[in-house]
Write a protein that binds this ligand. Structure first.
Ligand SMILES: NC(=O)c1ccc[n+]([C@@H]2O[C@H](COP(=O)([O-])OP(=O)(O)OC[C@H]3O[C@@H](n4cnc5c(N)ncnc54)[C@H](OP(=O)(O)O)[C@@H]3O)[C@@H](O)[C@H]2O)c1
Length: 409
């Protein structure tokens, strides 16, 4: 194979937030992708409003990435690309939720792929999981927080008691909301994503017009305040569920009890829970939008289109496996009820470079306990300290330790 033959030419339609991020990411990852797929991807042409010609980009490309957004001319470009035998990758939820059936049928007729991981929940791999991993599990219900803007706004309203308008202004300041946020806050953006998820989960055509949606503009700060007292959190929830022989797809604000898998998803994050009798439930969460994040989902689709389905790519690295990692620990010690015990234990810990974050002393006599949490430390150092502590005369039983997962110390 010549170097020219091993090129994989990607035509880029749109160089905005996501397109520009992909244009940066693709060359950065080209060598790694070449070692996985045997082909080196490159951007063969770019179309924007003011630059390039669609026909030229199409004829110079093996695959088209559509990142223009909206319906026209994106629909025509995608159709034309598929008819010309090109795989297409898109992140366009509006297009798929309105014209998905026409586009998927055209892809099937021409034996090419139409991939769209970036269209729902950004980089959270929910499309692939529904299409591939859960293909054997009949889905009963999909619940999703699929709009990061509204999730950020509701999180801020709950956190600091501010109004919807104040939280929206904050979202815009931080780049989580567009200058025109109407499709986010009225629920229609989430509705488009739920239409796509429902289509995948239930193998039935779902058009955006069939999705009932409400937004979050009417939510008042005191709704959140009273709910907090009741232990409830508010989210904009998309639901697609089978009810008897029918399907309901809807988006509306809803209170969740703390145990719900979506209750802890805060800020601009997205999450999708898939429920099925055979698998109980699976929840995926992560960044729902953003140029680099969505571009990485788009590039993942490009790579998938480059390799034959179900083949395991050759390894490209030979990484050393690490056994000794850094962890924080909870340490439970049954000790003699006498003065100076804590000092002895602290001295042994200090000797191994283990520092104590918190400590409680409980009980008297036979019941005397020292319970502590130590800061993250190399596990081998901690275990060495444990052995030394176990040998102290003041110990009445073997020390017990459990790792503590803590992001912030
Ligand atoms: N932004 C995100 O975080 C995000 C997340 C998930 C999915 N998406 C989806 O990804 C897609 C792209 O979003 P984006 O935020 O990157 O959009 P964007 O920043 O508005 O960029 C759109 C790009 O398309 C070009 N374009 C618009 N109309 C065109 C036309 N008629 N002919 C040729 N080019 C045209 C624009 O050209 P000019 O440069 O000349 O204006 C611009 O380069 C959308 O479908 C969006 O829903 C975005």
């Amino acid at each position: 194979m010549t170097s020219t033959d091993s090129r994989f030419r990607v035509g880029l339609l749109g160089r905005g937030t996501v397109g520009a991020a992909l244009e940066r990411l693709l060359p950065e990852q080209a060598s790694r992708i070449q070692s996985i797929t045997g082909m080196r991807p490159e951007i063969a042409g770019v179309l924007t409003r003011g630059d390039g010609s669609f026909k030229e980009v199409l004829s110079a490309s093996d695959l088209i990435v559509e990142l223009i957004g909206g319906i026209d001319p994106a629909r025509e470009y995608v159709l034309e690309s598929l008819r010309a035998g090109r795989h297409v990758v898109t992140a366009n939820k509006q297009l798929l939720s309105r014209h998905g059936e026409e586009l998927w049928q055209t892809a099937r007729e021409h034996g090419v792929q139409l991939r769209f991981e970036g269209a729902v929940a950004g980089v959270v791999p929910v499309i692939r999981v529904l299409q591939e991993s859960l293909a054997g599990a009949p889905v009963d219900r999909v619940h999703g927080i699929v709009n990061g803007t509204t999730n950020f706004i509701l999180s801020e309203m709950a956190r600091s008691g501010i109004t919807f308008s104040e939280a929206l202004a904050e979202a815009q300041r931080l780049g989580y909301a567009e200058a025109d946020p109407s499709e986010d806050v009225d629920g229609s953006d989430a509705a488009a994503k739920m239409a796509i998820l429902a289509r995948l989960a239930f193998d039935t055509p779902v058009h955006l017009d069939q999705v009932r949606y409400e937004g979050i503009e009417e939510i008042q700060p005191d709704d959140l305040e009273y709910a907090r007292e009741l232990g409830l959190g508010l989210k904009l929830i998309g639901t697609a569920e089978r009810i008897g022989d029918a399907l309901s797809v809807r988006v509306h604000p809803a209170f969740l009890y703390p145990g719900h898998p979506l209750a802890t998803v805060g800020g601009p994050f997205n999450a999708v829970t898939v429920e099925s009798e055979s698998i109980t439930e699976i929840t995926m969460s992560g960044p729902g939008a953003g140029g680099p994040q969505t571009a990485s989902a788009v590039l993942g689709d490009v790579i998938s289109a480059m390799i034959p389905p179900s083949s395991m790519p050759a390894t490209t690295e030979n990484l050393e496996m690490i056994q000794d990692v850094i962890s924080a620990f909870y340490l439970h010690l049954e000790v003699a009820d006498e003065p100076g015990v804590l000092a002895q234990v602290a001295q042994v810990l200090a000797l191994q470079g283990v520092s104590v974050k918190s400590v409680v002393q409980r009980g008297l006599g036979e019941q005397a306990r020292l319970v502590m949490v130590v800061h993250p430390v190399l596990e081998s150092r901690f275990h060495a300290a444990m052995e030394l502590i176990a040998g102290l005369d003041v110990m009445r039983a073997r020390p017990r330790a459990i790792r503590v997962l803590e992001e912030e110390f």
